[in-house]
Design a protein. Sequence first.
Length: 114
Amino acid sequence: QVTLVESGGGVVQPGGSLTLSCEASGTFPAAFKIDAVNWERQASGKGRELVASRRVGPRTNDADFVKGRFTISRDDDKKMFYLQMDNLELEDTGIYYCSEAGYWGQGTQVTVSA
């Protein structure tokens, strides 16, 4: 069983930055080290959408709306995943979730407000 816990959300003004963290713990299946780490988000009244994902290695898959603003990273030794968010926009408001190998966290709220 794997537990993922997100942290780092909060309230920020447009143009501001936040760094989200996701800590994984538990008994990890073999796929956990090689599967993609994903960050998704869900705005109020909308469906969940992929923000960014990253497998082992430098290649990432970023949604068009975050390219150049968000950076996903992973530290497999520490079982930590990160989403650095810069130049935040009002539309970035939502609950952000991390996931890997079919496991999901509970989410962390990000609010961008003037």
